[in-house]
Design a protein around this ligand. Structure first.
Ligand code: KIV
Length: 263
């Protein structure tokens, strides 16, 4: 799967499915699920590394986890999901050269085919344009942008007319700057639907209703593994509880020192 294939999926009206992965085992599960794209999101800072925000994540951690994800795939290369990695906080805000070095190092050292970047500030748009000129595909991210948590919180975005107008304009700017797709996080469904209709590039939603060209989810949230679920991510199973119960019964069986335990 190539980044350009996603535009074709949008044109065909085929929903695009993006799931996060953070290591080889999660990548192998996500690959087997049939997802089109694996996102090595900086949510790994919270889900895997135990931070309270995504801000501490470093470029080296993203590369380390993306490499593990790439090693987890077992299908032939052409059938593997497209891998996109997040550019963490401060890896693209300190000048275009540093940003190219950060994004380039992800592509150079892993199987990722592109990067995701938050926001559409003028400096960010310049970075995106430079990436595209350098051959680095970029996915945009608007709405709830977790790297701006200290400014916006984890609240839903684009609630009033002014911010709805802004997100609409920002999405068009991201398209003109060369993004191959954008993520819209935690915004009203109608606004996401309007943005999707007005863009040629795919719009992938999370907490943005069902009118987008596709959906992205944090895999740990879908599996119910996280301690704290975001309000818009309903777990499919109670993974945490299932794992704890399975391990508990194994631990208890061995604590009783049962004869010939089968596992
Ligand atoms: O970091 C992440 O996992 C993300 C998704 C929530 C879109 O950015």
């Amino acid at each position: 799967m190539l980044t350009t294939d996603l535009v074709r999926l949008k044109e065909l009206g085929t929903p695009i499915i993006v799931l996060t992965a953070w290591d080889a085992i999660s990548a192998s599960i996500v690959e087997a699920s049939g997802a089109d794209v694996v996102l090595v999101g900086d949510s790994l800072g919270m889900v895997v590394l135990g931070h309270t925000t995504t801000l501490p994540v470093t470029i080296d951690q993203i590369i380390h986890h993306t490499q593990a994800v790439c090693r987890g795939f077992s299908k032939p290369l052409a059938k593997q999901p497209l891998v996109i990695a997040d550019l963490p906080f401060l890896s693209y805000q300190c000048g275009e050269d540093k940003a190219v070095e950060a994004a380039g190092s992800i592509l150079k050292n892993s199987c990722a085919s592109g990067v995701k970047i938050e926001g559409a500030e003028p400096e960010t748009l310049l970075v995106i344009e430079r990436f595209v000129r350098m051959g680095i595909p970029v996915m945009g991210h608007l709405g709830l942008t977790p790297q701006s948590v200290h400014l916006l919180g984890y609240k839903s975005q684009a609630r009033d007319k002014e911010s709805q107008g802004k997100i609409f304009q920002d999405s068009k700017k991201l398209q003109s700057s060369g993004c191959f797709a954008i993520v819209l996080e935690h915004i009203p469904e109608e606004i996401a639907g309007q943005i999707k209709k007005n863009l040629k590039i795919p719009v992938i939603g999370i907490g943005a209703g069902n009118q987008c060209d596709g959906q992205v989810r944090v895999t740990a949230d879908l599996l119910g593994l996280s301690n704290k679920q975001p309000p818009f991510a309903k777990p499919l199973i109670s993974g945490r509880e299932l794992c704890i119960n399975a391990l508990k019964s194994w631990v208890q069986k061995h604590q009783r020192n049962e004869q010939n335990p089968t596992t």
